[in-house]
Design a protein around this ligand. Structure first.
Ligand code: PLP
Length: 357
């Protein structure tokens, strides 16, 4: 696959943001994007890095009706010396192809996934913000663009990558969140698409999130889709519960997303002297353990939210405070270690960082 760079006309150059404290998440996009088309009879075409702009798509395109879509999320970080690094992008490449397989979409060569992103970010590197906690969020996406209403897998796709400078997730401080244990709605069932990063999983989660917000919670904790008995994950984060000497997280059962940050947290917890247990977490037992003070800390992990402390879990009409309701010491250490590696402040013992500029 060749990668062509289309010149950027002067009028397409947007004014770069000035106040990095007001970036928010995913509202501003850079000047260029990467686009490649796949057609059933030709396979992947040549990739183009071109001016960022809208697509003109037929209203009948399959993605609009049957949600044949997958995406990824990763970040580029600016270091103090001005260099730019990606973080474990090969993990996103592999997961993208697993999602593609589940949604009957074509796989992308993994080295192209990484190299295409690296080249795009290099061209847009002046868009990577530099203040504490900020980064350039990278959103690779694939959509089905065949114009037909019959239910089938498309014979025409767009793979594209857009970039968004994003603010510190914790602009208002590292505050514990309130999470509602969802015991009615379901995110994903065994055999479903829970393990794929696909838009449909999010569309079906909106109702529960909206109702939880009304009740004063930030997000919901999903339980398994059959018995509503075992902990799965939260929104776009995997969940961890820290006991005295061990850290527990749900196993990759097929209905939860295999987070890159989840994998990092397991390796870092081990490094920090905690035993890591991937096991079924029974909700009644977990709430009892929280009530009895055995669960010291709870937090979520994800690329966008990094490490998010959970201070309260709402369950069957009652609020349960985790630990003292504040941010625990392991949560803090994991946040500092993970972001320390991502921003090049501390050595990277795992080979996770990939410098691109
Ligand atoms: C993306 C995502 C995560 C987090 O994965 P990371 O690779 O750590 O960013 C967790 N759960 C869901 C449902 C997701 O879509």
């Amino acid at each position: 696959m060749e990668l062509k760079v289309i010149p950027l006309p002067e009028e397409n150059r947007k004014a770069r943001f000035i106040d990095e404290s007001k970036l928010g998440f995913g509202r501003i996009f850079t000047d260029r994007m990467l686009l490649v088309e796949w057609k059933a009879d030709k396979g992947w075409g040549d990739a183009r890095i071109e001016p960022y702009g809208p697509f003109v798509l037929d209203p009948s395109c399959l993605v609009f009706h049957y949600a044949q879509e997958i995406f990824e999320g990763l970040k580029a970080y600016k270091w103090a010396d001005g260099s730019i690094a990606l973080f474990r992008p090969e993990m996103n490449a592999r997961r993208f192809n697993r999602s593609a397989d589940r949604l009957c979409m074509p796989e992308l060569p993994e080295d192209f996934f990484v190299e295409g992103i690296a080249e795009l970010v290099r061209l847009e590197k002046h868009w990577v913000p530099g203040s504490e906690g900020t980064s350039l969020y990278i959103r690779p996406t694939m959509i089905a663009v065949e114009p037909v209403l019959g239910v089938k897998s498309s014979d025409h796709y767009y793979y594209y990558v857009i970039l968004s400078p994003v603010g510190a997730y914790y602009a208002a401080g590292f505050n514990p969140t309130r999470i509602l244990v969802e015991d009615r709605y379901v995110r994903a069932a065994p055999g479903g698409t829970g393990e794929a990063k696909t838009g449909g999983n999010y569309a079906s989660s909106l109702k529960a999130a909206q109702e939880a917000k009304k009740k004063g919670y930030d997000q919901v904790l999903w339980l398994d889709g059959v018995h509503h008995r075992h902990v799965e994950e939260v929104g776009s984060m995997n969940m961890f519960f820290a006991y005295e000497d061990c850290v527990v997280t749900a196993p990759l059962s097929g209905s939860i997303l295999s987070g890159v940050t989840r994998d990092c947290v397991m390796k870092l917890s081990d490094m920090l002297g905690f035993r890591v247990e991937e096991r079924a977490i029974e909700i009644e037992q977990l709430m009892l353990d929280i009530r009895e003070g055995k669960v010291k800390e709870a937090f979520g992990s994800g690329t966008a939210a990094v490490i998010t402390p959970v201070g309260t879990l709402g369950f069957k009409g009652e609020d349960y405070t985790v630990g003292n309701g504040g941010v625990g010491s392991l949560t803090n250490r994991l946040y500092d270690t993970l972001t320390g590696i991502q921003y090049g402040r501390i050595p990277d013992p795992f080979g996770w960082v990939r410098k691109i500029a």
